[in-house]
Design a protein around this ligand. Structure first.
Ligand code: EPZ
Length: 430
C-alpha cells in the first residue's frame, strides 16, 4: 500500500493549478442518468471517487468515454468525459458498489425520476458521523414517491404517471439531499419548491448544468429553489467548477509553511469565509487574473477561532486543515464542528507530530506549539489526511503518512503539486 513521505521545513513558492471540484463532479456525473442523450463534462478531476462512480454509472447502463488526450490546463490535466445512458439497464445500485462512497446513493434521484423506481443500498463513505438518509426519504416522498427500507436497501417507486411536483422544507441543510431532490424534480409533473436548500456552489453548478440540459430551475445557490418539471432532458456540455476545498487546503499549506504561491484556475468567491479566516492568521491573500495569490512572510501564525457551518459559513471540509494550521499558531484557538459529530479523528494523529489539542464535545482547543516533529501517522478520512500533510510540511524531519488511499479519493496529484512548489513530498510504494 502506498505511503506519502514528507520532509518538512521548506517554504512553498510557485504555482498550483486547482482541479475541478470532486463534490461538483460527482452529482454532475449522476445527473447524466436523467437523459438518454450525451452529457459531456469538462475539467473532471482524476480521483478514486470519480473512478468509483464511473463503475456505478456503468452498472446502470451508462456508456462512458474519457477523452484519450487529456486537455492541458496550466500544469493540470483536466479530463473531459462523455456520459451516455441511452437505456437504464438496472435500477438497482448494489451494496458492493454503494458502500464504498456515500455520494453513489444519490443515483436514487435520477433513477426514480426517469424509470419510476430505484433500489439503492444504504450508503457508506467516510466514517465521520452517522450520516442518515431520512432527509432524502422525506424529500422524495414529498414528490409522491413511495419508499420502503428493506434488507439494507431503500426501495423507491413513483406513482403511476411519475413523480409530482411538491413542496419540501428541509429541517436541516443537506447538500446531498438538495442535489437529489433537485434532480428528481426536474422530470416531475408540475412545480417543486425546496425550502432551506443547501446553498453550496456545487448545488448551483449542478443546477446550471441541469438547466443547460433543458431543466427549469430557479434560485439554486439560495435557500429556496423552484423547479418546474419538464418531460425530458437533453444532452449538454458543462465545465466542472473549481475545487474550493482544494483551493482552501493549499492556501492553508502556504499560510503554514510561509512562501508565495498562486493558486490557478480558481475563484476566491467560492470560499470567502475560509479565506477571511486564513487572512486573520496573518497570510496575505489577493485575487489575480487567473486565481488567488497567497503570501506569508516572516510573521508568525496568529490564532483564530472558527465554527463550521453550511455555505456560506466555514466549510466542514476545511476544518481539519485549519486545525493543522492552528497547531503552529502563537496562541490558543478553538474549532467547533457543527456539521458532523465525529469529524475529529485527525486530533490524535496531529498529536503524534507534537500538536497540543484537547476536545470538549464538538469543540477542539488548540494550543499552538513552536515546533512540530515528523512522525509516522495514519490517514483516517479524506480531509483529515490532508491536515496531516499540512502539519508535516512545517514539522522538523520526516513524516510518513500511511493509508493514502483516503487522499487519493479527493486530491488530484497532491505530491506533484506540492513538490513543484519546493516541498519534499514523495509517494512510496511498498
Ligand atoms: C457533502 O456530503 C459533501 N460530499 C461532504 O464532503 C461535505 O462534508 C458535506 O456535504 C457537508 O458540506 C459531497 O459533496 C460528495 P450533508 P453530504 O447531507 O451531502 C445530516 C468530503 O470530504 N443528514 O450536507 O453527505 C448529515 O448526517 C465530503 O469531500 C441527515 O441528518 O452531507 C450531516 O450531519 C465528506 N439526514 C448533515 O446532515 C440526511 O438524510 C450534512 O450532511 C442527510 C444528511
Amino acid at each position: 500500500m502506498d505511503r506519502i513521505r514528507i520532509v518538512g521545513g521548506n517554504q512553498l513558492q510557485g504555482v498550483i493549478p486547482i482541479s475541478g471540484a470532486k463534490n461538483a463532479a460527482l452529482p454532475l456525473m449522476i445527473a447524466s442518468l436523467l437523459t438518454d442523450d450525451t452529457l459531456t463534462l469538462e475539467n473532471v478531476p482524476h480521483l478514486a471517487d470519480v473512478e468509483q462512480l464511473i463503475r456505478i454509472l456503468g452498472n446502470h447502463g451508462a456508456d462512458i468515454s474519457v477523452n484519450g488526450r487529456r486537455e492541458r490546463q496550466g500544469e493540470s490535466y483536466a479530463r473531459t468525459i462523455h456520459f451516455t445512458s441511452r437505456n437504464i439497464v438496472s435500477t438497482t445500485a448494489p451494496y458492493e458498489l454503494v458502500s464504498k462512497m456515500r455520494a453513489s446513493f444519490w443515483v436514487i434521484g435520477p433513477l426514480l425520476a426517469r424509470e419510476g423506481k430505484a433500489r439503492v443500498s444504504l450508503p457508506g463513505g467516510c466514517a465521520i458521523g452517522t450520516r442518515p438518509v431520512d432527509l432524502f426519504i422525506e424529500g422524495l416522498a414529498a414528490l409522491g414517491a413511495n419508499i420502503e427500507i428493506d434488507g439494507g436497501y431503500v426501495n423507491a417507486t413513483a406513482p403511476e404517471g411519475g413523480l409530482t411536483g411538491g413542496r419540501y422544507v428541509f429541517p436541516k441543510v443537506s447538500v446531498g439531499a438538495t442535489h437529489v431532490l433537485m434532480m428528481a424534480a426536474t422530470l416531475a409533473n408540475g412545480t417543486t419548491v425546496i425550502g432551506n436548500a443547501a446553498r453550496e456552489p456545487e448545488v448551483a453548478d449542478l443546477a446550471k448544468c441541469l438547466n443547460a440540459m433543458g431543466a427549469k430551475i430557479d434560485g439554486a445557490g439560495t435557500g429556496t429553489i423552484t423547479i418546474e418539471g419538464v418531460r425530458s432532458l437533453s444532452g449538454a456540455r458543462h465545465r466542472v467548477l473549481p475545487d474550493r476545498i482544494e483551493t482552501g487546503t493549499y492556501a492553508m499549506a502556504v499560510a503554514m509553511t510561509g512562501g508565495d504561491v498562486i493558486l490557478e484556475d480558481t475563484e476566491a468567491s467560492l470560499l470567502d469565509t475560509a479565506l477571511e479566516a486564513i487572512r486573520r492568521t496573518g497570510a496575505e491573500i489577493s485575487e489575480t487574473n487567473s486565481g488567488i495569490r497567497v503570501v506569508r512572510n516572516g510573521a508568525g501564525i496568529r490564532p483564530v477561532d472558527i465554527v463550521t457551518d453550511p455555505f456560506p459559513g466555514f466549510p466542514t471540509d476545511l476544518q481539519a486543515q485549519f486545525m493543522g494550521l492552528m497547531t503552529r499558531s502563537s496562541g490558543v484557538s478553538h474549532i467547533t464542528e457543527t456539521i458532523f459529530e465525529n469529524r475529529f479523528m485527525h486530533v490524535q494523529e496531529l498529536a503524534r507530530l507534537g500538536a497540543k489539542i484537547s476536545l470538549s464535545g464538538q469543540t477542539a482547543k488548540i494550543e499552538g506549539v513552536s515546533r512540530l516533529k515528523g512522525a509516522p501517522v495514519m490517514a483516517t478520512d479524506l480531509r483529515a489526511s490532508v491536515s496531516l500533510v499540512i502539519a508535516a510540511l512545517a514539522a522538523e524531519g520526516e513524516t510518513m503518512v500511511s493509508r493514502v488511499y483516503h487522499l487519493d479519493r479527493g486530491f488530484e496529484r497532491l505530491e506533484e503539486k506540492l513538490t513543484r512548489c519546493g516541498a519534499h513530498v514523495e509517494r512510496v510504494s511498498d
